[in-house]
Write a protein that binds this ligand. Structure first.
Ligand SMILES: [Zn+2]
Ligand SMILES: [Zn+2]
Length: 265
């Protein structure tokens, strides 16, 4: 047996466990919040429709495959770092380096995702690469990694590709990965937890909401963005009823009696 088999298998198992843990913890916490806080969250449901029977199991199954693909990307990224092709530093950075690197990688990922996502919605790609994700018309947090293998490869490609051009600190890469899964499960939560006015208030209007991505799942051809609303606004792909749908689902955090039924589709 070649000498590299055992360390590679150990790397693989380790990477798989980390990717799996990230998914299980994030989707699990979001599901727990929605379940345990149902008195507060039920009125904030975005769609009238409930997830179909078996939706969660299907989303979970496809996500397991994606976790495997991400683990392979993570092995490739570690190998590239060891070979000196990319540079991830495990030294302690200064606070402004952390801030600068984090902003850079999040902005780059947002742009990458928007254009990759537009590509996945082309006739040539949709059926083979993106239909799996869109089987969730009423998404749940477990849809976060529910991708066809080709989409999983494209989703995982971003990090090593970015690191080829920009050296980073390990702690920033970790923060990026946590922010990514956190925003991802929030976007698929099926509940609008932000208060009314959020999509129009200048300090928050540039952030996407759960309604933003939920409309992408229920309606299709709009809202391709990930973290920020900019690309959809610049390119005219924002859902025409985004603000209206958001306001229909959002409930004030304090002082108002929550609605008992969701009022938007
Ligand atoms: Zn899509
Ligand atoms: Zn989605």
């Amino acid at each position: 047996m070649p000498h590299w088999i055992v360390p590679l298998a150990a790397h693989g198992a380790h990477s798989f466990a980390i990717e799996l843990g990230r998914y299980l913890v994030a989707a699990g916490i979001m599901s727990l919040i929605l379940w345990a806080g149902a008195r507060w969250t039920a009125a904030r449901r975005i769609q009238k429709r409930s997830p179909a029977k078996g939706d969660r199991a299907r989303e979970f199954g496809h996500s397991m495959l994606s976790v495997g693909i991400f683990a392979l990307w993570s092995i490739a990224t570690l190998a590239m770092n060891q070979a000196g092709i990319i540079h991830v530093a495990f030294t302690a950075p200064l606070w402004w380096q952390v801030a600068l690197e984090f902003v850079a990688i999040v902005l780059a990922h947002d742009a990458y995702f928007y254009w990759m996502h537009r590509g996945l919605h082309t006739k040539a790609m949709f059926r083979r690469a993106h239909l799996t994700h869109h089987k969730s018309r009423t998404p749940t947090p477990w849809a976060a990694y529910s991708f066809a293998p080709i989409e999983g490869v494209f989703e995982g490609l971003f990090l090593p590709l970015f690191l080829l051009f920009v050296p980073m600190h390990g702690i920033v890469v970790l923060a990026f990965l946590l922010h990514q899964i956190g925003r991802n499960v929030l976007g698929h939560s099926g509940h609008e937890l932000m208060p009314p006015g959020f999509t129009r208030f200048p300090l928050t209007a540039w952030l996407t909401t759960a309604t933003h991505h939920d409309l992408h799942h229920s309606g299709g051809g709009h809202n391709f963005g990930l973290y920020f609303t900019w690309w959809d606004r610049w390119l005219g792909t924002e859902h025409p009823r985004y603000h209206e749908s958001f306001e229909a689902a959002a409930v004030p955090w304090f002082g108002a009696r929550p609605r008992l039924t969701p009022s938007s589709e």
